[in-house]
Design a protein around this ligand. Structure first.
Ligand code: FAD
Ligand code: SF4
Length: 480
């Protein structure tokens, strides 16, 4: 195939770049390793959808202390197909730091507005948010903590509670629902089931890519390549193509480590009804942690609760009375991605500072659950699995260690980060791989550092900025 631009990956970064470039008049080919996915694939049942919608059935994990699950989407829309739809702009202090330390500029309000308009971002209503969110809100308000309903990209959402297993109503405006159709309408070609093995470079200039498909090898000839395979796979693809020789390649991984706490209440919460992720508490953002109420179907609780046997059975029978809230820490720990026998291996150890932030965050979240009226609080902590009757002392007095914690990472970033200096970044401030012409990165890998908020809008904004840079055009006013 021949194109002006070959885009690798069709998630938050790839789909956005493809749409903007195709609408700008360029011939675009998008190669996506996973399958084409649509509403029919989103049955809402975890046991069907985990193997179909997630890479390795959602079982990608890190090695390190503690090992953590790192779920990644695979297929059209990338991870946005299975995400919760929360939309935060990059916080202004983060943009300021990037400008001063990395030389990255130009993520303007016009870009964020353009992305948010395309995705139909709006604040969740209390009715749609459901009683899990109301419970978190009640606790926060009784304590006088700052919070609010989240902004999301879900037009006509019905609060079915299964975002992480694909949206069965088609409400979620993920990248595969919004941006890929726009790219195709503007003439882009999409090949699914095409795993890019190598980016072809001659005399320091991109010539195209080589991919593997079920039908055999596929070569796309293109003078510009936009890599958007995600923070785990992008650095490996660059490395096996002999690109990105910066010492930063594969390093600086942040995952925004997350865990959850459960409260058991007298009144029903019914957390499987309503928007799963709909209320946040940012009272402690400057201490490095935030809360986001995160609910879901009973399977969710059964998978995550720290119990087995009779204890788990008893909890599951009380499922209607359980509320759940997530805790996410802006990590100072850094991991790395490497390839072993052609497979990605992710190493991530939680440092002492982040462990201490988790301890503080868990105590605060427990306080919130007590304030909301919980009788019992269930913790993701191996040595203190539950607290009763308002007594947080066992958790407070614990010398918390990383191995006590059950964590997940939903937001991997930074493994081909942007920095004006090749000693510190894999791509430059315009997201071009240092030392080459025509190879750019437009996904979570290029994000220069942790955000403290969910990253999809940041990634989409960076991809929008890159596309207009390649088109040599200003970002136009919003699409309606
Ligand atoms: C359960 C869950 C909930 C989340 N909720 C939120 C949320 O509410 N808000 C938010 O902002 N963020 C959320 N996120 C994170 C967000 O979805 C991701 O940060 C974002 O999608 C990452 O974008 P990306 O372009 O870097 O990669 P992805 O979206 O993961 O896309 C990468 C694509 O590249 C493909 N690919 C990989 N290697 C190759 C190759 N060699 N050749 C061809 N294709 C390849 C993959 O199959 C994949 O489709 C959530 C994540 C998870 C797992
Ligand atoms: S809660 Fe809304 S966005 Fe999430 S799966 Fe249900 S209908 Fe879709």
């Amino acid at each position: 195939m021949r194109a002006d631009v070959c885009v690798i990956g069709s998630g938050a970064g790839g789909a956005v770049a493809a749409a903007e470039l195709a609408e700008g008049g360029l011939r675009v080919v998008v190669l996506e390793e996973g399958p084409a996915r649509g509403v029919a694939d989103a049955t809402g049942r975890p046991r069907d959808t985990l193997p179909r919608l997630y890479r390795d059935g959602g079982q990608v994990a890190t090695i390190g202390r503690p090992p953590l699950m790192l779920p990644l989407g695979r297929g059209t829309g990338g991870t946005t197909f299975v995400n919760s739809g929360t939309c935060f702009r990059t916080p202004p202090p983060v943009l300021e730091r990037w400008r001063a330390e990395h030389g990255i500029d130009g993520l303007t309000d016009a870009i964020f507005e353009r992305v948010e308009t395309a995705l139909g971002v709006a604040e969740v209503t209390p009715e749609l948010a459901g009683r899990n969110a109301a419970t978190i809100r009640r606790g926060a308000e009784r304590l006088g903590w700052s919070g609010g309903y989240l902004r999301r990209n879900a037009r006509g959402c019905r609060g079915s509670g299964v975002c992480a297993f694909g949206c069965p109503t088609g409400a979620k405006q993920h990248a595969g629902e919004v941006y890929l159709p726009r790219a195709l309408e503007a003439g882009a070609e999409l090949v699914t089931g095409a795993r890019v093995e190598r980016i072809l470079v001659e005399d320091g200039r991109a010539r195209g890519v080589l991919a593997r498909t079920a039908a055999g090898p596929l070569e796309v000839r293109a003078p510009t390549v936009v890599v958007a395979a995600g923070a785990v796979h992008t650095p490996l693809l660059l490395a096996r193509s002999g690109l990105g020789r910066s010492p930063a390649l594969g390093r600086n991984l942040t995952v925004h480590p997350a865990t959850a706490v459960w409260g058991v209440f007298d009144d029903p919460v019914d957390m499987s009804r309503g928007v799963p992720q709909s209320y946040y508490v940012d009272e402690f953002a400057d201490r490095g942690f935030v809360f986001e109420g995160i609910a879901g179907p009973p399977d969710y609780l059964a998978l995550a609760a720290p119990f087995r046997g009779d204890e788990l059975r008893e909890l599951m029978l009380a499922h209607r009375h359980v509320a759940q809230c997530g805790l996410m820490v802006t990590d100072r720990s850094r991991g790395r991605v490497a390839s072993v026998l052609g497979r990605p291996v992710v190493r991530y150890d939680l440092g002492a500072a982040d462990t201490s932030t988790f301890h503080e965050g868990l105590l605060r979240l427990t306080e919130l659950m007590w304030a909301a009226g919980a009788r019992r609080v269930i913790l993701p902590v191996a040595r203190v699995t539950q607290l009763r009757d308002g007594d947080s002392a066992p958790l407070r007095e614990l010398a918390l260690e990383p191995r006590d914690l059950k964590l997940m990472g939903f937001h991997p970033l930074g493994t081909a980060r942007a920095h004006r200096d090749p000693a510190h970044g894999v791509v430059d401030a315009d997201l071009r791989v240092h030392g080459t012409r025509g190879v750019h990165v437009a996904d979570g890998a290029a994000v220069p550092g942790p955000l403290g908020v969910n990253p999809q809008i940041t990634i989409m904004a960076l991809a929008t900025r890159l596309a207009h840079h390649l088109l040599n055009k200003e970002v136009p006013a919003c699409r309606s």
